[in-house]
Design a protein around this ligand. Structure first.
Ligand SMILES: Nc1ncnc2c1ncn2[C@@H]1O[C@H](COP(=O)(O)OP(=O)(O)OP(=O)(O)O)[C@@H](O)[C@H]1O
Length: 294
């Protein structure tokens, strides 16, 4: 059997801790007059769960679509496991699981759906899929089209994870999930994480991702406003409740008993990252945060 250079490249990417995604000077806009990303550069590696945050319209879904090869850069380069996703080569596509925010499922039962779609993924794990469907309590005898939005979402999450793809991209995966399902989702994602995988989850539901993501990426004003691990963030910043505001505080929001505040972590205090507070803080005080994370 002939082994192509690209097969070697893929094996290399899947067996080493290297940049799985390398975005270099990406320029993208749906029209030339309205650029969405300007010279964006970023590297993402395996073994991480990235949380992608940003205001409505910041470009989260668009960035994910660029990575999945569903829209194309105007200039700059995008390298996903050694491939250009815009070329949509099968060897790369079978290593990408993209769970979009909006999706269509056909008028068939799960069995027929799996029969039609699983063959595109040579590592598809049928037993794991069956376990996930059971755990998510999906009515297997019902046609997909007649399922509730949350049930459909759980089917595509289960399908996506069962593909065993190395790059898992999820756009607002917890939207539409009920409270127990969100907890199941967190548990399933934590166990789906392996050293070879890179998981990117875009969300507004930051509390749903609490304790799951290890790196925060925040998009704002056509670029990356922040990319930092939770460890880095809590090493540099303290999140705490205070009674009064003083000069040490970078950003604060009133709470019932005073303020929820973010301040530099001068004394290596341990605190828990409040992602919602961080998000609002960076939007409000981007210039003050920039030197801390550059
Ligand atoms: N197919 C499209 N054609 C033209 N403009 C688009 C298209 N898709 C998205 N946009 C625009 O691109 C911008 C970014 O949209 P995108 O959906 O990527 O943002 P988002 O950060 O995911 O937003 P949200 O949090 O609301 O889901 C928005 O201004 C949107 O109107």
């Amino acid at each position: 059997m002939e082994i192509r250079k690209q097969d070697y490249t893929l094996v290399y990417y899947l067996t080493n801790t290297v940049d799985m995604i390398n975005i270099n000077n990406l320029n993208f806009g749906y029209s030339k007059q309205k650029p969405l990303f300007k010279n964006m550069s970023m590297r993402l590696s395996n073994g991480h769960i990235y949380g992608l945050l940003g205001k409505n319209g910041a470009g989260k879904s668009t960035l994910l679509k660029n990575l999945a090869g569903l829209v194309y850069a105007q200039s700059g380069t995008l390298d996903v496991m050694g491939y250009d996703p815009a070329k949509r080569q099968p060897a790369l596509l079978e290593q990408i699981c993209f769970i979009p925010e909006e999706f269509y499922l056909p008028s068939v039962k799960i069995d027929a759906y799996i029969k039609a779609n699983a063959p595109f993924y040579k590592n598809f794990d049928h037993n794991y899929f069956a376990d996930l469907i059971k755990e998510f309590d999906i009515p297997v005898e019902q046609k997909l089209i007649n399922m509730s939005y949350g049930q459909k979402k759980k089917v595509i999450i289960a399908f996506g994870l069962a593909t065993q793809a190395k790059l898992v991209i999820m756009d607002e995966p917890t939207n539409g999930l009920d409270i127990p399902s969100k907890a199941q989702f967190r548990k399933i994602m934590a166990s789906a994480m392996t050293d070879e995988r890179c998981i990117i989850i875009s969300t507004h539901q930051v509390r749903d991702l609490d304790n799951l993501i290890d790196t925060v990426i925040m998009l704002d004003e056509n670029d990356i406003a922040l990319k930092a691990t939770v460890e880095e963030i809590t090493a540099k910043l303290t999140f705490k409740k205070v009674k009064e505001i003083d000069n040490s505080i970078i950003y604060a929001e009133p709470s019932l008993s005073g303020y929820n505040a973010v301040m530099p972590n001068y004394h290596q205090e341990e605190s828990k990252l409040d992602m919602e507070l961080l998000f609002n803080a960076i939007l409000a005080e981007k210039i003050k945060f920039k030197p801390l994370f550059s």
